[in-house]
Design a protein around this ligand. Structure first.
Ligand code: TK8
Length: 348
């Protein structure tokens, strides 16, 4: 009996060693056949893209555009798009890229703060005033610098896509003033700046992955949430929320991330094709997202009670969150925050 156990164990060890030698861990992102030259071996490969929003969302449309552009340019690269967090929520998807068990994810920048604190600059409320300014800041030197900043985290930042301006919905009361926000149990992304901002506005915020949000709204474990109009409409929040207000309290970019480990296995031609497609699909995404945001607001006004927040009330919201901006300036990096605010002023 003992001999049998020893034989079995030695077979097991040998198998593991063989597997390790050919680097084939079962959940490696994409199958590859070694071949062409470049910065990596290149060869045939299927790139898996993970996004959290569903297949009705403009981000999904753009991910399919990315697939189309890559497959048109390359015979070796195939792209598979997984929506609705089928593979993972934003934060877990970023971790999978770091391990090389997923190729691409295009999350909101807010969960990325848990990996690169400087990205908190995009969570400072009431900073970017409109989409034109957002484009100038993201497509300028500041945007390039922030894309490079993920490098230390085994990630490659390739392009800026758009989630958009976030607006509050809830199921308790219309929100026209800060007074109306008091005590509302609001879900925020997993991001301490958002948590502190909503605390400063008098709400009772709780962090949660996007994949859990609809169920939490449905079960009433939370009163409300905040997202751009396309996400509110296309995730069917009018079915579980009565009130929506144009708080537009922060602009959230989507960032196109690639696993560094896998990136370095691509040939330089393949890297060029993927980069070009990510940027082009990003432009398509922003345009399309703005169109859908306008259409979504019109539909939301029919399906929910829409409350317009008055100019003077916005001033009170901005005043209330100022201490949050001061509090996180050091954590994010004063130089980064100053450059960001300068770029915004220049772009206005
Ligand atoms: C989707 C999320 C979503 C974000 C959120 O994965 O979590 O509320 O706005 O778009 O990134």
């Amino acid at each position: 009996m003992k001999n049998l156990k020893v034989t079995f164990l030695s077979i097991l060890i040998v198998c593991t060693m063989i597997l390790a030698a050919c680097g084939g861990n079962s959940n490696s992102a994409s199958s590859s056949e070694k071949g062409s030259s470049g910065s990596g071996e290149g060869g045939k490969r299927t790139l898996r893209v993970s996004i959290g929003v569903n297949d009705k969302h403009p981000e999904y449309e753009a991910a399919m555009k990315f697939k189309e552009l890559v497959e048109a340019e390359s015979d070796d690269l195939k792209v598979e798009v997984y929506h609705s967090g089928q593979i993972a929520d934003d934060r877990s998807a970023i971790e999978m890229l770091q391990f090389g068990s997923l190729d691409i994810t295009i999350p909101s920048t807010s969960p990325l703060v848990n990996f690169v604190p400087e990205f908190g600059v995009f969570d400072l409320p009431f900073t970017i005033p409109n989409e034109e300014v957002a484009d100038k800041v993201l497509d300028g030197p500041f945007g390039d610098k922030m894309l490079e900043m993920v490098d230390d985290q085994k990630l490659v930042g390739l392009a800026w896509w758009e989630n958009g301006f976030r607006n509050l919905t809830n199921d308790v009361r219309p929100v026209a003033t800060m007074e109306d926000v008091k005590g509302l149990k609001i879900r925020t992304m997993e991001n301490e700046i958002h948590l502190d901002a909503w605390k400063a506005l008098g709400a009772n915020p709780t962090p949660m992955a996007f994949t859990e949000l609809f169920t939490a709204l449905q079960q009433g474990t939370i009163d409300g949430q905040e997202n751009p109009y396309p996400t509110i409409l296309l995730s069917k929040y009018p079915e579980v929320q009565k009130y929506v207000s144009n708080t537009s309290h922060v602009y959230t970019p989507f960032i196109f991330l690639f696993s560094k480990q896998i990136w370095e296995e691509l040939s330089s031609d393949q890297q060029k094709i993927v980069k070009k497609a990510a940027v082009e699909a990003g432009k398509f995404n922003r345009e399309r997202n703005r169109q859908v945001a306008e259409e979504s607001l019109e539909k939301l006004k029919e399906e929910m009670t829409f409350t317009e927040i008055k100019e003077e009330e916005f001033g009170k919201f901005q005043e209330a969150v100022k201490p949050v901006i001061d509090k996180y300036k050091d954590k994010i990096g004063p130089e980064i925050v100053d450059q960001f605010l300068d770029e915004i002023e220049k772009a206005k």
